[in-house]
Ligand binder design. Structure first.
Ligand code: GCU
Length: 496
């Protein structure tokens, strides 16, 4: 009798799980999504890979008849069931309850490889190297050390046209940056706007999601020819069309930045590495087939490390560019490109100021808190962003012997700014702030003040008393004029 009860209970539980999976599969192929024609948001949990930052509508991946959809749903369900049986677990659902956020067991940023605490700033260079190597090996992946040849062609040098008006005080340049190695090459288009009245301007460098033409309405900006996500407006068959011009201009207030005395440079992240999982064949990974991330080499570079490496190649160009202060290079980025900016700042000390905007999991947010996006979630949705070693920590955050505060610390003693947004729970604003807080010892070692706060400040109240700045903008996952205004003020405060 007892056996019978057990069997019935187990079967009922299995049935429930299968039903859940079936519903999920239906949603995935679009049967249940048809009323979801509303803009996606970067902070929404459970979004499909790549959709969040694109500011576009959730649509089924394929247009097919209902019968086919049901068969696809059943197939997807069967595969997912098999996969979850194979892996023996499902990904934990995201947590948004602060009382359930995990308690932290963070290693001090001053603890060296042997566990001993470093005491003087003379030891910092070694300690920094230890932290960068640790994060490279366990999370972002080791980039190749072989050089590539970098050559440039300035194919445009003129006066900027912004909001339909020529801006005589703003110089616009477009530069084809060619990277070559062993007969293969990659072209990155770098667009640079600089103030004509400042002979050597500090420069913000940030990658963009949709191509340089998306950053402003200047018709002279070359349309990207690199892979674009079909879900972005103005993209057909993964190619940008004229309709994509200026469709992310709210993120790039170029006139304000240059009028503030800064230069700003940007490139399409897809020029460096298209953002999909292709086994690391294309983009700059393709220049190093001898350094591929795979099962035998689980510590090599993923896409975030590739984008960051690409930013360093752009720094090679900017530090020699007339009108740009080589000692005034600043790296910045939003969301996945905020993670990238932090890693670029960690690996390249020529970036004297680093800005992370809403970078979240794998960026500024502490993974051990398990709040919002988790390690398992990000590694599953975006298997190409990090290296394979990072998957060891999927739903096993207790095994993490490191965390993102150590990433922030690698930037010390250079200035770093962390920006969150109040509705962006997916990126865990408090976890982003706490990384800055727990990185502060590395700044204290240099006699600098880090970030004192352990609690979120009121919205739109920047904390800028030390070398680690922070703000919580009111609103959604995005990078807007308000954010830029704080980045510029912080840069000025730090001598740029
Ligand atoms: C997703 C992803 C985040 C990432 C964001 C983005 O939401 O889960 O980790 O920051 O996309 O880059 O837009």
């Amino acid at each position: 009798m007892q056996w019978l009860v057990t069997i019935v209970v187990v079967l009922a539980a299995l049935g429930l799980v299968l039903l859940k999976l079936y519903r999920f599969a239906r949603a995935l192929v679009g049967i249940d999504n048809q009323d979801q024609d509303k803009p996606s948001c970067g902070s929404c949990p459970g979004q499909r890979a790549g959709s969040s930052d694109l500011g576009i509508t959730l649509k089924p991946l394929v247009q097919i008849g209902d019968k086919t959809k049901h068969s696809v749903a059943v197939l997807v369900m069967a595969n997912v069931s098999l996969a979850s049986i194979a892996w023996g677990q499902e990904i934990r659902p995201p947590n948004y309850d602060e009382s359930k956020a995990s308690s932290l067991r963070l290693v001090s940023v001053l603890a060296g490889a042997d566990g001993k605490r470093i005491e003087s700033k003379d030891q910092w260079e070694l300690q920094r190297k230890y932290l960068v190597d640790l994060l490279a090996k366990e999370e972002y992946g080791i980039a190749p050390s072989d050089p590539v040849s970098v050559s440039i062609e300035v194919f445009d040098d003129g006066v900027a046209v912004l909001a339909g008006e020529p801006k005589p005080k703003i110089r616009r340049r477009q530069i084809a940056v060619n990277l070559e190695r062993r007969g293969k090459s990659v072209r990155i288009d770098l667009a640079v706007w600089s103030p004509k009245d400042r002979p050597s301007a500090p420069c913000f460098l940030g990658l963009n999601f949709r191509g340089n033409q998306s950053t402003c309405d200047d018709p002279a900006i070359r349309l990207t020819t690199s892979w674009c996500d079909n879900r972005n407006p103005g993209v057909i068959q993964n190619k940008a069309t004229q309709a994509s011009r200026a469709n992310h201009s709210e993120r790039w207030p170029i006139a304000h930045i240059v009028e503030g005395g800064f230069a700003v440079a940007t490139a399409h992240y897809s020029d460096i590495d298209p953002d999909f999982d292709d086994g690391f064949e294309n983009g700059v990974h393709g220049l190093f087939p001898d350094h591929r991330l795979d099962a035998e080499h689980p510590d090599r570079w993923g896409s975030i490390a590739a984008w960051a490496w690409g930013m360093s190649r752009l720094a090679d160009v900017l530090e020699k560019l007339e009108g740009i202060d080589p000692k005034g290079l600043m790296v910045l980025g939003h969301s996945r490109l905020g993670k990238t900016a932090l890693w670029a700042g960690a690996t390249d000390e020529r970036f004297r100021l680093v800005v992370s905007n809403n970078s979240g999991c794998g960026g500024a947010a502490l993974s051990q808190r398990i709040y919002g996006e988790s390690v398992a979630r990000i590694n599953t949705s975006f298997p190409h962003w990090f290296n394979r070693n990072f998957r060891k920590y999927n739903d096993k955050e207790d095994l993490l012997g490191f965390d993102q505060h150590q990433l922030i610390a690698t930037i010390a003693p250079r200035a770093v700014y962390i920006a969150s947004a109040s509705n962006d729970k997916w990126a865990d604003p408090l976890g982003e702030l706490l990384s800055g807080h727990y990185a502060s010892d590395a700044y204290a070692l240099h006699g600098k003040r880090g970030l004192d706060a352990k609690e979120l400040p009121a919205v739109n109240t920047p904390l800028v008393h030390g070398s680690i700045g922070y703000h919580l903008r009111e609103g959604d996952h995005d990078m807007l004029l308000y954010d830029w205004q704080q980045f510029m003020a912080f840069a000025k405060q730090n001598g740029f």
